[in-house]
Design a protein around this ligand. Structure first.
Ligand code: ZN
Length: 314
């Protein structure tokens, strides 16, 4: 296989070890970190699972000095970027579609908040009819691999067949750097948790629910997929992991992260997608963009400016 696929595997092991642990405790316990938006006649809940600290050693294409300056520009007074981890719950008619499932119990104390957030909002996991995995990374699937088992008892899982093929391949796992090998086992466990209730999709646009369809955004993983929601003239692209470190990658979109399976394609897809969002003036959501997690992009200099979505009162 292409060596570049695991280019990032070398040299970031220490970063991986730090991921999720090199963090301060989340304050304000009990705060329900979520936002609700109407998109046409659909309702989109952005549900926070917490945050993950990402340091410059995880990134390619930015110096530690540039990284520090960009965090300072964004008024982030820590050495590592506190990147949000969000899931999205989309209600369309009586359908309840959960887009990604948070980290579950596999990361540190700043994460794993999704179950309590859903509980506080009155969402029973058993009432979710569809779970979509934008890709098979731990921060998106961990919530289905808890000690108690997969809580989404009645949901059909929709996920790209390309990601299933990649993350269940023993051949690819054997060639992966040690730091990545466990990720393959986790992906298999998450898929096993849905048993026969898995309906994979290909790279072509695929309907998940009325007005909600897939958009292939390959690079971060081979099957990384966004979701386009169109309802009564409103449009939202849930662009998943198109960006991980907004304070850095908005200004420097060429910067990639160690988890990108194909760094070049991830960069190309990021720029193409963000250019489209900016040109079409549509709303975008990101898995790693701080609450409200939805907003708008404009091109600015060599990068982009993010405007968070206005709070919807009432
Ligand atoms: Zn992610």
């Amino acid at each position: 296989m292409d060596r570049r696929v695991f280019l990032a595997g070398t040299g970031i092991t220490s970063g991986l070890a730090a991921l999720g642990w090199n963090v301060a405790p989340l304050g304000a316990e009990g705060l329900v970190a979520a936002r609700r938006y109407q998109v046409g006649s659909a309702t989109v809940h952005v549900l926070s699972d917490g945050f993950i600290s990402i340091g410059p050693e995880m990134l390619s294409g930015v110096t530690p000095e540039e990284f520090a300056t960009l965090l300072d520009n964004a008024h982030i007074a820590t050495d590592a970027h506190p990147s949000a981890v969000n899931a999205f719950l989309v209600e369309i008619g009586d359908r309840k579609i959960l887009v990604d499932a948070g980290t579950g119990e596999i990361f540190g104390p700043t994460l794993g908040k999704l179950p309590s957030v859903m509980n506080a909002l009155g969402f029973d996991p058993a009432a979710i009819d569809t779970v979509v995995f934008t890709h098979l990374h731990g921060d998106h699937i961990g919530g289905t691999v808890s000690q108690a088992g997969n809580p989404y008892l009645n949901a059909t899982l929709r996920v790209a067949s390309a990601d299933i093929d990649f993350w269940t391949s023993e051949e690819i796992q054997a060639q992966a750097p040690d730091a990545f090998k466990a990720a393959f086992d986790l992906a298999r466990s998450a898929l096993d948790g849905f048993g026969e209730r898995i309906e994979p999709f290909g790279a072509e646009e695929t309907a998940i629910a009325p007005g909600l369809s897939t958009m292939a955004l390959p690079g971060h993983t081979v099957g990384h997929t966004g979701l386009m929601l169109e309802s009564d003239g409103d449009v939202l692209l849930i662009a998943a992991d198109i960006i991980h470190v907004p304070a850095v990658q908005l200004a420097m979109p060429a910067v990639t992260i160690g988890f990108d399976t194909d760094q070049d394609l991830a960069r190309e897809t990021r720029v193409k997608t963000m250019d489209m969002v900016a040109a079409d003036r549509i709303m975008m959501g990101g898995s790693h963009i701080s609450l409200p997690g939805l907003g708008y992009l404009e091109t600015a200099g060599d990068g982009y400016r993010w405007t968070a979505a206005r709070h919807q009162y009432g």
